[in-house]
Design a protein around this ligand. Structure first.
Ligand code: NAP
Length: 229
């Protein structure tokens, strides 16, 4: 049983919105936020029902027992620091230089996206997760615990308790977890690696049209082990 009940969202687009749907379906309350303001989230809140509300990013951070950060990476410094103090933060962000601009320490592989967010959120405990799966597959592949076709997602983080909480949350919303190590190991499931995206879509070019292909923990572990920098 997970004690946490409210999940906050900084960013409520494809991935944030999908995690919010899964969280509401699992019985959590959710507080959504984006860059344009709570009124622009009315439709999504309506779809999600009484367990959902919209707020500012600071309010969503404050309200969440667990907070999902799911914004274009270039915006990571906008994530509010103080209201996230002491909290577990689930970081879905990926680095796409074409979208985010060049970040030298990612270009030279001297750090990872998870470490960047952790450096910004010095008083939070960041866990990298949800970044290696297309949002359509994330929604489609969720299964109850024990289902034969349940999928696993990779997690990485520097705090064991935070990873336990992330694992418990994943379990509630429909996924097993595979621990890929510290935030510094997050590159093992970043874009371009064997554990990223395509594996949940059947490894086809048209993976976005794929209904999703379950990936069990052993398969995911093997993909993580195959990663080369
Ligand atoms: N799409 C995928 O399948 C997928 C899969 C894995 C990981 N990811 C990664 O996850 C992150 C989110 O991707 P996405 O596809 O969900 O993006 P998206 O659909 O474009 O949604 C981004 C969300 O972030 C919000 N946002 C942008 N700047 C913000 C700021 N400064 N403060 C607060 N909120 C802000 C946006 O709000 P506004 O609309 O109001 O600006 C929107 O709600 C990205 O880093 C992406 O690379 C995506």
């Amino acid at each position: 049983m997970v004690a946490m009940t409210t999940i906050g969202f900084i960013g409520s687009g494809n991935i944030g919105g999908t995690v919010a749907r899964l969280a509401v379906a699992a019985g959590h309350d959710v507080v959504l936020s984006n860059s344009r303001g709570p009124e622009t989230l009315r439709e999504l809140v309506g779809e999600l029902g009484p367990g959902a509300r919209a707020a500012t990013s600071a309010e969503a951070a404050e309200a969440g027992d667990l907070v999902v950060v799911s914004v274009p990476l270039r915006a990571y410094r906008d994530v509010p620091v103080e209201p996230l103090a002491g909290k577990v933060v689930l970081d879905t962000n990926n680095y796409y230089p074409g979208r985010d601009g060049n970040i030298p320490e990612l270009d030279d592989a001297s750090t990872t996206t998870g470490e960047l967010l952790q450096r910004h959120l010095t008083t939070s405990r960041v866990v990298k997760v949800f970044n290696n799966i297309y949002f359509g597959h994330l929604r489609a592949l969720a299964r109850l615990s024990g289902a034969a076709d349940r999928s696993a997602l990779a997690i990485a983080g520097d705090d064991a308790d935070a990873k336990e909480k992330a694992t418990a949350f994943l379990d509630r919303i429909g996924y097993d977890a595979v621990d890929a190590g510290m935030l510094a190991d997050g590159w093992r499931f970043q874009p371009g690696t064997p554990a990223y995206g395509l594996v949940y879509g059947g490894d086809t070019e048209n993976f976005r049209e794929s209904p999703g292909v379950p990936v069990d923990a052993a398969t995911l572990r093997a993909k993580l082990d195959d990663a080369r920098r």
